[in-house]
Design a protein around this ligand. Sequence first.
Ligand code: ADP
Ligand code: MG
Length: 690
Amino acid sequence: MAVRLTLDTSVKYIKGIGEARAAAFSRLGVETVGDLLEFYPRGYEERGRIVPVADTLNGELCAVEITISETSAPRYIRGNLSVFRSKAADESGSMELVFFNTPFMAKSLAKGRRFRAYGRMKIGVRGREMVSPKLEPIVEGKTLPYYVPVYKLAVPLTQKNISSAVAEVLHLCDGIEEILPLEITQNMGLISRGEAIKLMHKPADKKELSLARKTLAFTELAVFRLALSGMRKNIHKEKAFPLKMANTGIKNFFSKLPFELTGAQKRSVKEIFADLEKGTPMARLLQGDVGSGKTAVAAAAIYLCVKNGFQACLMAPTEILAAQHKKTMDKFLSPFGIKTELLISGLPASEKRRVREGIKDGSVNLVVGTHALITDNTEFHKCALAVVDEQHRFGVRQRAALLQKSEIDGSRAHMLVMSATPIPRSLSLIIFGDLDVSFLDELPPGRQKIETKVVSGDDTEKVYSFIRKEIEKGGRAYIVCPLIEESESGDDDRRAAESYYKDITDGALKGIPAGLLHGRMKPAEKAAVMEDFAQGETKILVSTTVIEVGVDVPEATVMVIENAENFGLSQLHQLRGRIGRGKNRSVCVLVNRNGGSDGVERLRIMRDTCDGFKVAEADLERRGPGDFFGERQSGEFSFACAAIGDMSMLGETDLLVKQILADSENPVYTAVFQAADKFLERTGGGLTVN
Ligand code: ADP
Ligand code: MG
């Protein structure tokens, strides 16, 4: 029985899908035909960019147009494993196609037939060959698509299943409703939503794809901005306890700090204090580079809160970092009679109970902990300030839970979130539209500058001997690799931590105690490896990017980053911030293994710039805002398209959102408000969980 399909029909009724494949679709978040249309390809094979065979490079993923000259009969090697080869050529040169376990295909590769073949070119002793290429017959009068979409899969779905299901329903795009009034989008040179969705699945060329993406990204961003402004409006409507400076001895606190605050710190403190004395909750982001002194600013806010007779809490993403903060806060605050306790899941049960009782009866003024703080049954006596460190690790939802926890008599706690990675000013106002932002764009005086060098893969021996020398002088070294283990298929030749560790401990750096750290290890194992390195039991730490957060080993003077060309600049900067924390000169070595000129150029920026905001600006210029959205996205917001939006577009959404808010009763905006509500629902209602 054929069902008439609409956007709301279950995908199981699409020809060729059925129950089993529908279940797989469901795992991908696709239930209805409408969902399927909004299930955009995760990438595109650019099969229309034809390269002459003779121009192809070894290892290049490319498309060639070839004519078959000869095909061998399938040969059986071992049991049912079979192989056959075809000789083929274009005007420029010849090559071979190799096929495993598809003997039935040999017949179709008859002499004289023409194909577009897409795959990875290998140049070996027998010349050029492609193993298991994707073939499309070239037929007179029929053009092959320039782009072939690649979808995310779930067993048993294949690319072909998805693309033919999409083809079955693509005509329904015409019935997709607009979110933004068509007039507005068309004025901006964009197209209708339905048309854009259609083109996402079937773009004729680069231009069409980019127009489709731009249209969808613009809508997504506008909805996102509208949702954030709703959150922000809501939070400023709530009540909070005003925290005043009078009679708190705050001047004395500042004069007893072990250092004079920088200008940027003073400015941020002023902005924060101005928020705190209002009767509405603060929702502020404190942005600053590694080492810019965010902790001291937070301590000032905590001091003010406690001296107003309330409690404060400080949430960190890891136990290591929480323990570190507890120590620092004691140093800053205990001279003023402020009692701080640590609450992490690693504590013995009796200790946890004792701390919790102190929090409940109010004898503890400041509690520092991981999110155990919010997930477990902690009850505050009177918490008026919640500080969240390394904000990108937490979602809006977790922050909301913390706020809810700290609510007393209908008043909410003030919230200060601190970022780990600087985000360019222009962008941060957009991405963090639900928060006010303070910038710590100045480092405390007298910092050691980290020297950054860019080397190629051929310089490895020199790098090893440099590491050895630094360790002999009492230093320690981090080595960061992009992968945990080597890729089995062999099509990813980036360095892996496991094999790197093996290579150096068996070879060039034999005899120097080394540790291995990666994200697949259990938390206790990770902590032990870190501890060994911090204590100097090991001198080298080979790891993936898991060391990004919360590591403080002043003796570490070297950081080697393998395949540095693969990382975002902000991420490299973040990693680099793990060294240069002691008295000695520190060196960061960026190993560039894939000498593309763009890659080298980016690494030069790292060599020449130590300022995190400048690095972030450069990243934004080169790669667009996608990476920064990625950060915000971790675990909460998901964008299908916005990641590739350009900056001018972000500015335009800003104007548009203002226009919409000013005319919010206008029925032309009903759809976009509905979409914003749906967005908030999906993200747990943001800051206004009740
Ligand atoms: P981050 O912003 O990365 O969290 P921290 O707050 O950990 O930075 O500060 C880094 C170091 O700088 C700490 O050792 C801190 O004591 C020191 N510091 C902070 N502010 C100043 C200042 N104004 N002058 C001198 N040292 C400072
Ligand atoms: Mg910090």
